[in-house]
Write a protein that binds this ligand. Sequence first.
Ligand SMILES: [Zn+2]
Ligand SMILES: [Zn+2]
Ligand SMILES: [Zn+2]
Ligand SMILES: [Zn+2]
Ligand SMILES: [Zn+2]
Ligand SMILES: [Zn+2]
Ligand SMILES: [Zn+2]
Length: 618
Amino acid sequence: MFSGIEEDEESTVFLSRQGGFDYEFVLPLDSKYECGICLLVMRSPHQTVCGHRFCRDCIFSCINSRSTCPIDNQFLSVHDVFPDACIEREVLELLVLCPGHSHGCKRRVTLRNLQPHIQACNYQVVLCPNQCASTVLCGELQQHLMETCALRPTKCQLCSAMYTLDKEQLHRAVCGDVKVNCESCGEMVRRSQHTTHLTTQCPEAVISCHYAELGCSKKLKRSCMEEHMNQDTQLHMQLMSSEYKKIKTFFSDLNRTVGLIHGSSFSRQPSLRSQLSASSPIPEEHIPDFNNSPIVPVPYHDRYKDGGAVNVRPLVGEDYNYCAAEGATAVAVSDQGDDCQYKNDPHSRLDIRKREGIAAEAQNYQQMLSNLNADAFNFSSNKLSSNERILREVSDKTVDLGQRLLEMSIVTDNLAKQVDDLKVTLNEELCNFSARSCNGDFIWKVGNFSALCTNIKSQKVSHYSPAFYTSQYGYRCCLRLDVKWRDSQYFLSLYMLLMKGDNDDILDWPFQGRITLGVLDFSNSCPKKHLVDTVDSNPQLQAFQRPTGPRNDKSFGFTKFHPLDALHNTADEGAEYVRGDVLFVRARVQPTSNFGDNAPISLEDDNNNSSVESFTAN
Ligand SMILES: [Zn+2]
Ligand SMILES: [Zn+2]
Ligand SMILES: [Zn+2]
Ligand SMILES: [Zn+2]
Ligand SMILES: [Zn+2]
Ligand SMILES: [Zn+2]
Ligand SMILES: [Zn+2]
């Protein structure tokens, strides 16, 4: 009954994992409990329609591979096999010896109770959880972990550091509390204290004389230093005396310097009027003369070719004359360098250098003074010869001078800081004032123009002007300069953007009014050939709604304001738009007034919406 089985490779692998119960049974076994495949006592017995019994896993594995009964070769499918509950009950009542019986367990249990017993049995063999590779009986595991495991956690008796036992030698080699031999004096000192011992205590370590800083070049063992101090008092006193003279000279120099700084920091505050004129960094000859030159738009018909009709009005007469009398003209500064003019103020830099120098010197002398004090204390415990008394007096005076030196440097420091703060505040006030007082007539100086264009082309980022107001209580806006590729060439693009302002709550929204954008002519031609375009707002567009962020996402203006190359090649036209790599953009933003005497600007003769939309850029 248990013969005639061909073991192929697959079933061998299978049996090694899923066979019957392989234990030592107390009584001789009845052969009816034996699996016809694995020859062990059946685990979960199953019976076939041909009347043979096997472990469940054994017979299903066999059917999967050959579909016949291994005993009589009858055809079998998975539907021809059934659990045999009767035999299973009998099997589970069979008595076996505990698998730990070879280690001393005397228990005999039924197969049904075997697993619970194994869980609690002290005679089972387990692997050490510290992974020291030992196998230990469950009952002896605690003792192994505490006493014999080669990898048990251990505490350093000296410094309390924790490590596994195998790392003990490594730790002893670096432990800061292990005592080591001082190579100079032979004393045993703790490893962590060795450096301190050498620099402060070791009698055999060679050190410099306390007066090395003043010029004594003696280097001796620490134990010999006291003798040197006693013998060479005369030399040390001479050194100190000459140092005292130096300090005195330095102090009188410093006193003079502080006096100078004190005097000049007040005399250097210019009047508001002179600051105002100084805040415009544009050389006189670069500002076009608006009063003497009526503005005439340069015809550039290609600008309107793609159907984007613009409401261009002849810029002559009262409405469009850029008359300086109509409002103060704000001049914006785009060069970063100009914004930082106060940081680069040579006087300011001088102050900082002086202050740093003074502070460093003061520190040096403080260090020397504390050395002198320590020595003075040492000498006072011995008999004071007349020379030593003089030394004491010199030392006292030096302390006094040092104190006054510190006080003076603090005063200087505070004064210079006050001056710097005043400059910053004044500069902010000036910028704010000019942005509010331009009445919507704004000039933007764009410096480094060619580099800027290259940067915009490669980085695809726009360039924004500083903010300005359409009037003191009007809309806040700024300009955007861009370079766009259209019709096989680069165009200079100009736009206006609304920004969040102080007056937004009392203004009418959306913004309505007229926007004039232009590039100014530097040449001497008469009349000037400024490039000018005018357009009226369209209340439907996003660009004119009240800003919700710092500035509106949408801007409004002219994508093809002027071909970029044509800005430079203007010899034929007698105009000059870029001089010294500087371009002047001028904007006039005139809101329609719903308040007071001004007649509102009529919007009835507008072009249709779609044509205006074509000038809106993202
Ligand atoms: Zn089996
Ligand atoms: Zn069979
Ligand atoms: Zn046991
Ligand atoms: Zn272990
Ligand atoms: Zn240690
Ligand atoms: Zn030593
Ligand atoms: Zn010395």
